[in-house]
Design a protein around this ligand. Structure first.
Ligand SMILES: Nc1ncnc2c1ncn2[C@@H]1O[C@H](COP(=O)(O)OP(=O)(O)O)[C@@H](O)[C@H]1O
Ligand SMILES: [Mg+2]
Length: 337
């Protein structure tokens, strides 16, 4: 296999707050190959968005956050300084140009006082080096490509004149107009109505496959991630616990947390499954005595070792690995879903 497009190793992230340190990300690591789609899944508050922000190099400038990693490379390019922190200079030319981002709340992400066309045109001039007139033509083409009618009129529109779904289409155009090789989309459809969600996800999938774009799709919705991505990474309280191919999820998930998330994921909206949720709550990340496995206190199998010693990553099969001292074995999965 060729060198991965994105390599993340031992990423840690903490916030300094008046009530103490918040230990958000702990030893997060994963890789992404060119053209691959990976779904990053976890409950709300588990650290998915800060992972995206750290990968965008958008947290490095804030004094109240400490980001460190053992390795952070994109297309072979080192994005860390000698202290293992994200390097602002190395990020120039990568963010926006080679990695495109779509964040939640598209309306807030768009500039309120500049037209849609103006914002698109600027991306095309900055990231693609186009002159004003061709950038304008290309901006119109992008407005059309993301399925907005009457491009000339939309070009002159402001964010407040568009619906949430239309704003998200504009965000997708902005993220992809620089022709990136990786798209990081953080809950790109949360807050949109169900039919618009599907249309926006179809649009992302269509544009991504036409461009052989790699994608990190971040969502709290395991079913959605499994449907849209080839591989899933499950995050619990700032720790990755299991990565596996989506096709193996139902039969092969070996981490108890992944299995609980699966059980809490309705197979159809009409079943009673929709009422189930994962037992317990995420641990308080400001605690100084967080267990080594942050799932230990919610886990029926945990013991003293789980609380004191982080489990190493264990390979379970092709592209399947987990960090757990007590994986659910194949024989024990009979009778479970
Ligand atoms: N600016 C901040 N200061 C302090 N804590 C933060 C900040 N941003 C996020 N957090 C904390 O980091 C954790 C993860 O947040 P987030 O990445 O937004 O979760 P998710 O996207 O998975 O819902 C939460 O416990 C949240 O309270
Ligand atoms: Mg989030």
């Amino acid at each position: 296999m060729s060198a991965p497009m994105l390599e993340v190793e031992a990423l840690t992230l903490r916030f300094r707050t008046p009530s103490g340190l918040v230990n958000v990300l702990d030893n997060v690591g994963f890789t992404l190959q060119a053209g691959e789609t990976l779904g990053l899944v976890g409950e709300s508050g588990s650290g998915k968005s800060v992972t995206a922000l750290a990968l965008a190099g958008l947290l490095d400038a804030q004094a109240q956050v400490q980001v460190q990693a053992r390795r952070l490379r994109f297309q072979g390019r080192d994005l860390l300084n000698s202290q293992g922190e994200p390097d602002a200079a190395a990020w120039q030319g990568v963010r926006g140009r080679r990695i495109g981002f779509v964040f939640q709340s598209p309306r807030r992400a768009l500039h309120p006082l500049r037209t849609i066309g103006d914002q698109l045109q600027q991306v095309l001039q900055v990231h693609r080096g186009l002159k004003a007139a061709p950038a304008r033509q290309e901006a119109l083409a992008w407005i059309e490509r993301v399925g907005l009618s009457d491009p000339a009129r939309r070009f002159k529109a402001y964010a407040h004149e568009l619906s949430g779904g239309q704003c998200q289409r504009v965000m997708i155009a902005l993220a992809l107009a620089g022709e990136p090789e990786l798209l990081i989309a953080d809950e790109p459809t949360t807050g949109l109505d169900v039919s618009t969600q599907a249309l926006v996800l179809d649009l992302i999938a269509e544009l991504a496959s036409a461009r052989r774009l790699a994608m990190l799709l971040i969502t709290h919705d395991l079913a959605l991630a499994a449907q849209r991505c080839a591989r899933i990474a499950v995050m619990h309280a700032g720790q990755l616990v299991e990565t596996l191919p989506s096709a193996r999820l139902r039969e092969g998930a070996a981490h108890i947390y992944t299995r609980q998330l699966l059980r809490a994921t309705p197979q159809s909206a009409s079943t009673l499954d929709a009422l189930r949720s994962v037992d317990g709550t995420l641990p308080d990340l400001t605690r100084v005595d967080l267990p080594a496995c942050r799932f230990a206190e919610r886990c029926e199998k945990s013991d003293a070792r789980c609380r004191s010693q982080a489990a190493p990553w264990t390979r379970m099969g092709a592209q399947h690995a987990l960090a757990c001292w007590h994986p659910v074995l194949e024989t024990q999965r009979v009778g479970l879903r």
